[in-house]
Structures are given as structure tokens and as C-alpha cells.
Design a protein around this ligand. Structure first.
Ligand code: PHE
Length: 556
């Protein structure tokens, strides 16, 4: 019913376009960033000492949107004594940072309503969930005292499930077997090439010898440089109690042609990409997620912010005035109002913002129309028994497939418990739109059918309830993240670069204005940039008094 055929190139392009740095390494190098340098972001929060006592406190900032970028803007500006208030269209903070649990309900843009029925204590992260060690997200978890645990982004015992490839033995296969066989076959071929003299132009005799040593260890080759399987791919049978050795029943490795056939089955399956995923800049282990749900982050920010946050308020007009900003809105009761402030930080996603009347220049409005919203969908499935742990011995991690569900993510918390919620699908444009077109019930049935191919009858037998989301159909988001078309997200003169500059006194912020699109890190970093820019402007507008403190409260 649901079918996705994309070429490998398109697949890589799409992931690259997300900002997946693993695939855009060239861009990183061009910026002269080594992996660790890019974590050393030069950021200093505004501080009251930057002003004479009254001045910082005199500046008001109206923040549109209480997602990560908006909340962070308020949190950082308040460190410097700014007066912040936030308007949020939803009834909750967090934006795409959203955890569904019992009590969560959502009406999609197509009118379909879901009420989450998970048991108390069970949840799914509908948007972001994982972040790597080097992301600013982890700094905020430290600062805000948000406990985190390791998110299993990789599990050698999770499956690859590939329909339509080679012999039946390749259909469902443990990641460790694919990995060992890939390394084995590739190293064997390379050793052969070295020994046949093919690489004599490239290698000294000494390097050839060292390389062969290296390949033998890497690929578990025999002294004759042959790959004949490896314990790394797993044993067919366990060892008997008291056995001196793990029994030697290593499964026969896949033939090279069967291994390669995994790649030629259509769908979003890309063997090289999936194998290399664990080495990516942003996807390498260990990764983290907050205890109890990703919304621990916005909740902690809300607790830390002093200024008011008004929920259920939709912005209807944004205006630069002679010496400030004026924003019109409508609240839940349909009541309209206006707020004036010295500055505004607008974190409304561009695809939504561009429909809101404003007095920005034509250029700004044109630039806001450039980013293309794309989509992602997820479904949480609650099971009354953690069969993936009990039957498959999979504790966290991800099963990758060439089915339209793309992947199944096993929970990285609640191990050994009775029930659990796993992510039954997490897919992107265009498959996500196909799922989004279904009713929640149809999505559920489809996800159960697909999952049953991998996990058998337990998948239906143990199933209890589901919750799903399609970001394109989600009010106030209308997409999972955005894509900058080629050439629009570069240096000076590109729409991206222009939107980094304020439109009058309105600053734009969000992950879409960062190098880390589709990551909370991008929203944090974008907010910090805007806070620094705004603060520098405010300070510059305050002439120094003779005693060295700043005096004026007038801002240009
Ligand atoms: N950050 C999101 C995730 O990790 C989206 C993303 C997917 C970004 C894949 C890059 C690569 O799921």
C-alpha cells in the first residue's frame, strides 16, 4: 500500500540536507572546524554588570513562540536583566519538543483527534529525543539539572529487515552479522588487491605489511587473509553450563553477493549509510535523552524563566514602529490585543510566519518563503510485554528496515519492566506524508502489520494502544523541519544570511537559522546568537557616562 522508492543519491541528499553533518563533512572542513572546535562556541550570556543597574532592566523583549529557541532566548536575556514575555499559540511549551503520555490529546489540521492512552509512566517523544555529547543541549541539561540517560542509538543485536533481497536468510538479520560480514568481505578484497600488487603505486612495502595486519584484525581474517565468519556476528547456540569455551557454532557468513543484494531492494535501505550511521558526527554513541521524556527540557526552562508566558495566543500582526515593535494577537477566547516592546524575537516557523501580516520589507518576506518544510512521522506503540527484550534480547537501539516504517526504535529506559512503548515507525518525507494521509487507526494497523514481519505474532498479541503524529498536519508546526534549497543557505547575499539579521527590531530564531537543522542544538545555538546580537545592540545604544557606566535607555 505504502511504497517509497528513492535512489541512494536522493537518500543521501535528503539526509545531507537535514544538516546531518556526517554527509556534509566537506562543509565542515570548509569552515575550518574540527569535530571538537565546533563545540567551543564562544558564548557569554548577558549579565547585569553589562549595564548600570537600571538600564538592562529597562529593555523589554517580546518573544513569539515558547519552543526551545523562544524559551532559551528568554532564559538567557533574563540573566542580563531584560524584561521578557512570551506568547505561545499552543496550550503547552516546547513546540516540537513534545512528549505524549496519558492525558495528551491533539487535534490535527485535518480534524482527526487522538487522546493518548498509554499507561501512567509510559510515554513517547513525538519530536526530538536523542542528542550527542557535543550538543549544547547537554550543557542546558547540566545547567538546569535535568537528569539524562544514555539513548541507545546503536545496538549490535537489533535487526536489519530487508524484504525482497537474496536468500531468505538475509531477510531478518542481526546488525552485528551484517557489520562483521561487511568488514570481513571488504577487508578480504582489499588484502587481495594489496597482495596482487594492485596498490603498489600507492603503498610502500612496509605500509603494505602494516595494512595487511590492520585488515586482518579489522575484518577477522584468517592468516591466509580469508574471511570465514567471526564470533562478532554471533553464535548459533549458547554454551552449555560449565562449558570451557563458547561453542564454536558461528553462523555461516553471508556471501558477498547476498550482502550487496541488501542494497538493491529499493526502499530507503542503504547499507553503507546504515553501517556508517554509528560513526556519524551527530549519531555516534553515546547519545543522551532526559529521564521521563524530552519535555523535561522545556519544563525546566519554564521554571527558570521569570517573565510571563501566555498560552493559546496566536499572533495576527507583527510591526516595527518608530521606536519599538507592536504585535497583535488573538487569545483562546477570540479576544484580540496588542503588545508593545523594545524588541521582538520571533521563533514562529517560517512556513507559518510567512502567512502572518507584517510590515517587514518585501525582501524579508521573500526570504521567509524560501525554506521548504519537510515532514517526519512517528508512532508510539504500547505493548503489555517487552517481547523485544524477553524474546529478542534487544535492549534499546534501532532496527532498520526497507519497509515504509523505515525503523523501529526500542526504548532506552524501563529495561526489564513489564510494559513498554516503542517507536513503531519513524520516517521522513515523502513516506511520512503517505502515513500522514491515513487515519490514526489505519496507521496503527499498518505499523502492526509491518512490525509483525520483523517480530512475529507477539507484535499483535502484546499490542495495547498507539499514539502517532504527522508533523505536517500539526498545527503551528506544519512540518518537522525545513530544507534550504541548494544555494540559499550560505554566506552573504543568501536568504539564510539575510534572515540572520533582524528585520528592524524583530530577530528571527529557530533551528532553521542554524547549521544544526532538525536538532534542538540548532534552536539553542540560534537563540544564543540572537541574544548576543540583541545585547550588543542594546549596549551600543547606551552611551557611556563619565563614570564609566552606561546611561541611556533609548535604543535605536
Ligand atoms: N535529529 C533528528 C534525528 O536524529 C533528525 C535527523 C535524522 C537529523 C537523521 C539528521 C539525520 O532523528
Amino acid at each position: 500500500m505504502i511504497n517509497e522508492t528513492i535512489s541512494r543519491r536522493q537518500f543521501l541528499h535528503r539526509l545531507g540536507a537535514l544538516g546531518g553533518a556526517g554527509i556534509t563533512l566537506g562543509a565542515m572542513e570548509a569552515l575550518g572546524l574540527s569535530a571538537c572546535d565546533s563545540t567551543q562556541v564562544d558564548y557569554r550570556a548577558p549579565s547585569p554588570e553589562d549595564f548600570s543597574p537600571k538600564d538592562g532592566a529597562g529593555v523589554s523583549v517580546l518573544i513569539l513562540g515558547a519552543g526551545i529557541a523562544g524559551l532559551t532566548s528568554a532564559y538567557e536575556l533574563e540573566k542580563g536583566g531584560y524584561h521578557c514575555q512570551l506568547l505561545e499559540a499552543r496550550a503547552r511549551p516546547g513546540g516540537r519538543n513534545w512528549t505524549a503520555r496519558r492525558g495528551t490529546s491533539e487535534t490535527a489540521l485535518d480534524g482527526s483527534m487522538q487522546a493518548c492512552q498509554f499507561d501512567e509512566g509510559l510515554y513517547m517523544n513525538v519530536g526530538p529525543t536523542r542528542f550527542p555529547q557535543h550538543h549544547t543541549t547537554l550543557n542546558y541539561c547540566r545547567e538546569l539539572k535535568i537528569p539524562v540517560h544514555v539513548f541507545g542509538n546503536q545496538n549490535a543485536d537489533a535487526y536489519y529487515y530487508v524484504e525482497g533481497a537474496g536468500p531468505p536468510s538475509t531477510k531478518r538479520i542481526r546488525f552485528r552479522a551484517v557489520q562483521a560480514d561487511s568488514l570481513g568481505h571488504i577487508t578480504e578484497l582489499l588484502a587481495k588487491a594489496v597482495n596482487q600488487g594492485t596498490l603498489d603505486q600507492d603503498l610502500s612495502a612496509a605500509d603494505k605489511e602494516t595494512l595487511i595486519e590492520f585488515l586482518r584484525s579489522l575484518g577477522a581474517l584468517t592468516p591466509q587473509n580469508r574471511y570465514q565468519g567471526s564470533p562478532a556476528r554471533g553464535y548459533r547456540a549458547g554454551a552449555a553450563p560449565g562449558a570451557a569455551l563458547q561453542s564454536g557454532t558461528i553462523d555461516t557468513p553471508l556471501a558477498l553477493s547476498d550482502l550487496l543484494a541488501l542494497n538493491t531492494t529499493g526502499g530507503a535501505f542503504n547499507l553503507g549509510y546504515f553501517l556508517a550511521f554509528q560513526y556519524e558526527w551527530e549519531q555516534a554513541m553515546p547519545m543522551f535523552e532526559p529521564d521521563g521524556g524530552i519535555d523535561a527540557i522545556p519544563r525546566a526552562l519554564v521554571r527558570a524563566i521569570r517573565g510571563p508566558i501566555r498560552y493559546g495566543v496566536q499572533v495576527t500582526h507583527i510591526e516595527n514602529t518608530a521606536n519599538g515593535v507592536r504585535v497583535s494577537y488573538q487569545d483562546q477566547r477570540g479576544q484580540s490585543g496588542q503588545i508593545k516592546a523594545d524588541y521582538c524575537i520571533c521563533t514562529i516557523p517560517p512556513q507559518v510566519l510567512r502567512r502572518i501580516p507584517n510590515n517587514f520589507s518585501a525582501q524579508v518576506n521573500a526570504d521567509l518563503s524560501v525554506p521548504i518544510p519537510i515532514n517526519a512521522g512517528k508512532m508510539g506503540l504500547q505493548f503489555k510485554r517487552r517481547f523485544w527484550e524477553e524474546d529478542d534480547r534487544i535492549f534499546g537501539g534501532i532496527t532498520m528496515t526497507n519497509l515504509d516504517i523505515l525503523q523501529i526504535l526500542y526504548p532506552s529506559h524501563g529495561y526489564l519492566g513489564q510494559k513498554g512503548v516503542l517507536i513503531g515507525y519513524y520516517n521522513y518525507t515523502p513516506t511520512a506524508d503517505t502515513f500522514g494521509a491515513l487515519t490514526p487507526q489505519q496507521r496503527e494497523q499498518h505499523a502492526l502489520n509491518q512490525g509483525s514481519k520483523i517480530h512475529g505474532s507477539a507484535y499483535r498479541k502484546e499490542f495495547e494502544t498507539s499514539f502517532s503524529n504527522d508533523w505536517r498536519k500539526t498545527r503551528f508546526s506544519e512540518g518537522s523541519w525545513i530544507n534550504w534549497p541548494p544555494g540559499t543557505r550560505g554566506g552573504p547575499g543568501t536568504p539564510y544570511a539575510r534572515l540572520l539579521e533582524p528585520a528592524g527590531r524583530v530577530y528571527f530564531s529557530g533551528d532553521y537559522l542554524s547549521y544544526a537543522i532538525a536538532w534542538q542544538h540548532g534552536a539553542f545555538e540560534s537563540a544564543r546568537k540572537v541574544v548576543m546580537d540583541l545585547h550588543a545592540r542594546v549596549r551600543a545604544s547606551q552611551p557611556l557616562q563619565s563614570n564609566g557606566t552606561t546611561a541611556s535607555r533609548r535604543h535605536p
